[in-house]
Ligand binder design. Structure first.
Ligand code: PHE
Length: 369
């Protein structure tokens, strides 16, 4: 670190040398200033009235100079003073500019092209849900939703599944733990179907009712190529005066043609659900093989060579259900249906494993963008 030496000689050469050493130190120091506190230290070291380098130069060089050297020394001291002031000033703008540059780097440069985030794609299952919902919207249906964590009452009892009825077993229910102290109807579970939203809706609406209910449901199915413990259903419900099974068939036949093309055909076969009577399963002609059961000389896998694909459960709302919601079954009638959106998406997009929908591999999902 530079300190001001006493001058032993006041010859021009000696003065030049002393000034040169001082200037070199000054030059080195002002350039090294990086921030405000370093700048203050630098300024004080050189300019402080007490013990600053300039003061020392004044004391040790000028005051101590013999009379005949005073003029020459005085001139140089003035020059040094100017240079020190200059350097302090330059050091200040140096660190301020540096800070300014950093600020500019952090700031948004609106002339840069910008970071383009990859556009997301609608998930194929959600896309299918939206398509199905819009088919029914076009028929005048409105959309309702309900909770995924449901009570036993809405998932089962109000849908005419009596306690201990064997039909409950077909639903592979996932129960919420620690509910044993509650009465059965209040116990919580993950809804196994969207049908509980039928009850929740008719509780607060009067006929005529035309609703579709999309949503996730859960069942205790081990995951494999065609099963997932979480999947999606779309429920439909129409209640009005004089609704008949023909309305059910006509509505669903129209919906399948809207979804799969005008050559799609539908077929109904008897089934059982506690909350519909009569109940049916609806098949749609296989839109992969066109109902022939064959793809060229190969057997058609999606329809297992039958030419038909089972696509939903449906039926006329069981009069017992109206009893739970204070509708008069002598005055109103209706139909309901429920379909699995994931299954339909699998068929539509020729996906061979339902797990692909849910394990979040972008390489799979971006194909639907
Ligand atoms: N909720 C039934 C199921 O999950 C499907 C269904 C809905 C059947 C509406 C009839 C009427 O299997």
């Amino acid at each position: 670190m530079y300190t001001v030496p006493k001058l032993k000689s006041y010859t021009t050469a000696a003065l030049d040398k002393a000034v040169e050493t001082l200037r070199a130190a000054l030059e080195q120091e002002w350039k090294a200033v990086k921030n405000e506190s370093e700048w203050k230290a630098f300024r004080d070291r050189w300019m402080a009235r007490k013990n600053g380098i300039l003061t020392e130069v004044n004391d040790l060089w000028l005051k101590a100079a013999p009379k005949d050297a005073k003029r020459a020394v005085g001139q140089r001291v003035n020059e040094i003073k100017k240079q020190v002031e200059d350097s302090v000033h330059r050091a200040e703008s140096l660190y301020k500019d540096a800070a300014g540059t950093r600020v500019a780097l952090d700031a948004v440069d609106i002339t840069l092209p910008g970071i383009r985030r990859p556009l997301g794609a609608e998930h194929p299952v959600i896309k299918t849900v939206h398509e199905i919902v819009s088919v029914f919207r076009n028929l005048g249906y409105s959309v309702q939703e309900g909770p995924v964590i449901e009570t036993d009452y809405y998932n089962f009892e109000a849908l005419n599944f009596p306690p201990n009825h064997p039909a409950r077993d077909t639903q592979d229910t996932l129960f919420i733990a620690g509910q044993e102290s509650k009465p059965q109807r209040e116990r919580l579970l993950l809804r196994t179907h969207t049908s509980p939203v039928q009850i929740r809706t008719v509780e607060k609406m009067k006929p005529p009712i035309r609703i579709v209910i999309p949503g996730t449901v859960h069942r205790n199915d081990p995951p494999d190529a065609s099963h997932s413990p979480m999947f999606h259903q779309i429920e439909g419900l129409a209640v009005d005066t004089n609704i008949t099974f023909r309305d059910l068939k006509g509505t669903l036949d129209h919906a399948m043609k809207a979804l799969f093309g005008s050559s799609a055909r539908t077929s109904f076969r008897p089934s059982f659900f506690p909350f519909t009577e009569p109940s049916a399963e609806m098949m749609v002609s296989c839109f992969i093989c066109g109902g022939t059961g064959k793809r060229g000389s190969e057997p058609c896998r999606p329809c297992k060579q039958t030419g038909w694909i089972e696509i939903l459960g449906c039926g006329m709302v069981d009069p017992n259900v109206y009893g739970f919601v204070d509708y008069d079954p002598k005055k109103v009638s209706g139909f309901a249906f429920g379909m699995g959106a994931d299954r339909i998406a699998i068929l539509k997009y020729g996906v061979d494993d339902i797990q692909l929908f849910f394990n979040g591999d972008v390489r799979f999902l971006e194909q639907f963008g």
